[in-house]
Design a protein around this ligand. Structure first.
Ligand code: PMP
Ligand code: GLN
Length: 396
């Protein structure tokens, strides 16, 4: 395979506000469009190619039949807010009042955007770990805030504590933390979480946590930042149903935070979507009450998929970085003779019939992570195997 294209510089869009110039089209949309065009195995965009559990599907159908088809309350249907609070207590020993401290959102994406719009003054600084999930940077920009990035570096995607300490300034409003982490698969260690929490407390900074992969941890354990000393009152904890129940198209997420933070987030959220997906909210309330076996089975199943893809990519010749959680593994393309992940991923669907995602686009400076690409393993075994088989045809 030879790279057939170079990254297209994003031109200035005439009508777009300066805050959003340069954001272009999300890499997920671009790579999925290429996958469709070339009938490629899509190991790019992170969505399962299998259905949610029957009971969860049936709960949505039942909710529609039962007439839950009009606007939900802005904060979310009470049954779901109660189920979220119950889930936080059951798995993470965190107590939230479903009325004053839980808000349902249109996925984690709206939760993050509403939180940053609600909390940031223009010019406030927000610390992001890079590579970051792409919507964080755009949400920071929409809020008129300024990002400060701390780089996670392979092979283990640890950060240098001095980098985080230097990123926090008198203007810092919040640190955004995503663990398990997209795109790297990193699960932040307890020591790292304690370091982050210590800095938030010492500098009176808020934390916004994206825990959408909270149940997809294969090595180690998920530790919500809000469970650490001093963090319960200063953390906005975000998650969603998409990953845990294989319903990424439902877009039901939630925010758990102390009453004053919740009131702020709700103020912004009500004017973004006001509310969404009433029948799906009812179904997620049922799903969150699934028995323990469902959650442990999900993690075991994904650990197996992770191992299958990791072994396959290694056999093809990639340097694969171990992933402790999430849907993703990252790999360096240089052992195969390639240098640039963007060129590699743009050519891959056409040349070998596989889609992946370059991680340089999740860095403020794309020279970082230039040779690292992300593969998703939230796919059936047959699809993973076919992807690996096709990648076996790679040659630089
Ligand atoms: N955060 C992370 C880290 C993600 O990977 C994703 C996408 N899967 C989201 C947020 C978006 O979640 P949702 O689809 O619930 O908006
Ligand atoms: N979260 C998914 C991913 O990281 C896709 C999200 C999206 O398409 N915006 O691949």
């Amino acid at each position: 395979m030879s790279p057939t294209s170079t990254p297209t510089p994003t031109g200035r869009l005439p009508h777009l506000t300066s805050r959003l110039q340069g954001f272009g089209t999300t890499i997920f949309a671009e790579m999925t469009a290429l996958a469709v065009r070339h009938d490629a195995v899509n190991l790019g965009q992170g969505f399962p190619d299998f259905d949610p559990p029957d009971a969860v599907r049936e709960a949505a159908i039942r909710a529609i039949r039962d007439g839950h088809n009009q606007y939900a309350p802005g904060s979310g249907v009470p049954a779901l807010r109660e189920a979220v609070a119950e889930h936080q207590r059951r798995f993470w020993d965190l107590d939230f009042d479903p009325d004053a401290e839980v808000t349902v959102t249109a996925g984690a994406t709206e939760a993050i955007c509403a939180t940053l719009q609600a909390l940031c003054e223009v010019g406030d600084e927000v610390v992001l770990f890079e590579p970051y999930y792409d919507s964080y940077r755009a949400s920071v920009a929409m809020a008129g805030a300024v990002e400060r990035v701390v780089t996670l570096r392979p092979p283990d995607f640890a950060y240098d504590p001095a980098d985080l300490e230097a990123a926090i300034t008198p203007k810092t409003r919040a640190v955004v933390l995503n663990s398990p982490h997209n795109p790297t698969g990193k699960v932040f260690s307890r020591a790292e979480l304690e370091h982050i929490a210590g800095l938030c407390v010492a500098h009176d900074v808020l934390a916004v946590t994206d825990e959408v992969y909270e149940h997809l941890v294969y090595d180690g354990a998920h530790v919500p930042l809000a469970s650490l000393p001093g963090m319960r009152e200063r953390t906005v904890t975000i998650s969603s149903a998409g990953k845990t129940f294989s319903v990424t198209g439902w877009k039901v997420g939630w925010v758990c935070a102390a009453p004053a933070l919740t009131a702020a987030v709700r103020t912004a959220k009500q004017f973004m979507t006001f509310t969404n997906g009433t029948p799906f909210q009812h179904a997620v309330a049922v799903a969150l009450r699934s028995d323990d076996g469902y959650f442990s089975g999900l993690a075991a199943d994904y650990a197996r998929r992770r191992d299958r893809l990791t072994a396959g990519l290694r056999a093809v010749g990639f340097e694969v970085f171990p992933a402790g959680g999430s849907y993703f593994v990252c790999a360096d393309v240089r052992p195969l003779g390639f240098g640039d992940g963007v060129e590699f991923c743009r050519a891959l669907p056409k040349d070998v019939g596989v889609a992946a995602v370059p991680t340089s686009v999740f860095h403020v400076d794309p020279r970082r992570g230039r040779s690292v690409v992300r593969f998703a393993f939230c796919k059936t075994d047959a699809v993973l195997d076919e992807g690996i088989r096709r990648l076996g045809g790679l040659s630089a």
